[in-house]
Design a protein around this ligand. Sequence first.
Ligand code: CP3
Length: 344
Amino acid sequence: MTSMTDLPLFLQAATGIDTRTAPVWFMRQAGRHLPEYRALKEKYAFWELCRNPELATEVTMQPVRRYGMDAAILFSDIMTPLPPMGIGVEFRPGPVIDEPIRSAAQVSALRVPDEDEIAPFVADTLRLLEQASPVPPIGFGGAPLTLATYAIEGSGSKEYPALRAFLRTHPAVAHALLEKLTETSIRYLRMQVRSGARAVQLFDSWAGLHDARTYAEFALPYNRRILEALGETGVPRIFLAVGAPHLLDQVATLPAEVFSIDWREPLDAIRPRLPAGCTLQGNLDPAALLAPPDAIRSAVTAVLDAGRGGPHIFNLGHGIFKNTPPENVVIALEALRAYDRHAG
Ligand code: CP3
C-alpha cells in the first residue's frame, strides 16, 4: 500500500506537504562549479554534452551523487528548443544566436516542431534518468519572453536594449514570436513529462527587466498558457521569475504548485502574497555560498526560519556561481539537514 509519505521528499513538498526537513536542490547544480563537470568539458562541447543522453545523464547525476540532492534537474539548457524552430544557437559560454530575430519575415519562417521532433535526446535522457536516479528528475523550459530575450537581443547583455526597443517598436511581431515560442514550449514540456520528468520548472530569468505593464502584455499570458496546458499532466509546476518582487501580484495569479523566489525578499514576506497552500522554493543568495562557514550557516538558517508556516523546498534564489567551492555547498546542506522545520 502506498501512502502520501512514500513519495520522495521533494515531491511531498512540491505537492503541498509541510515536511519536517526541507528537500533541497540548487539551480545550476550540474555545471561549472563541479570539478567532475569541468573534466568532461575538456573533452566535449556544451551542446555535445546536452545531445548525448548517456553524457547528459552522467552530468545530471553528478550533483546528486556528490551532495545527495533531493531532485535531479535535467542537464540541458533553456535554448534547447530553439534550433529545431530554426534559430541557431552556440554557447560561448552563454548563448549566442546566429541571426537575431528582428523582422516579421524571420518570425514567419520559424517552425513549430512536433512534440517528438524538438529534442529526442532529452526524451532519451529522461528515460535513462528514470533508471539511474534515486530522486525525481525535474524537467524545465524557458518562459517565452526570456527565450525571446536571447532570440531578439542575440546574446546575453546587461540592459537588453534591442529587446526592449523591439517590444515597443514591433509589438505585433513580438507577439507572433511569443506565440510560436509558447506552442513549442508546451509541446516540449509535455514531452518531458511523458518521458519521465516528475516536476517541471518554467524559468523566467529575465522577468525583472520589465515594468508591470510590459510584463502583463508580453509575458504573463504566455506563461499562463504554458502552465495551464501542463496542468493536465498532473506533475507539480514550478514557476521562477528572477528580479521581480514588483511583479509578484501578477505572478501570484499563475497556475503553479510551487513558486521559486529569488533572494531579494525573505520568504515570510512573500508567502502571504501568494495563493494559500502553495509551496515556496528558494531563496538563499548564491553569494552566501562564497562566504566563510559561519556566515553560510546563519544565512541558511535565516532562509529556513523565513520559510516556515507552509511547504518549502530549499534552493538558491538563482543559479549557483561557478566559483562556488563544493565544500561550501556541503556546509549549507549540513545546516539544512540539521534543521527541524516543526520544532517549537
Ligand atoms: O544544473 C542545472 O541547473 C541544469 C542545467 C541548466 C543549464 N542551463 C546548463 C548550462 C539549466 C537549468 C539551465 C537553464 C538556463 N540557461 C537559464 C535559466 C536559469 C537561469 O540561470 O536563469 C538561462 C537564462 C540559460 C541560458 C544560459 N546558458 C546562460 C546565461 C549560460 C551561460 C552562463 C552560465 O551560467 O554558464 C548558459 C550556458 C550553460 N547552461 C552552462 C551550463 C552548465 C555553461 C556552459 C559551459 O559549461 O560551457
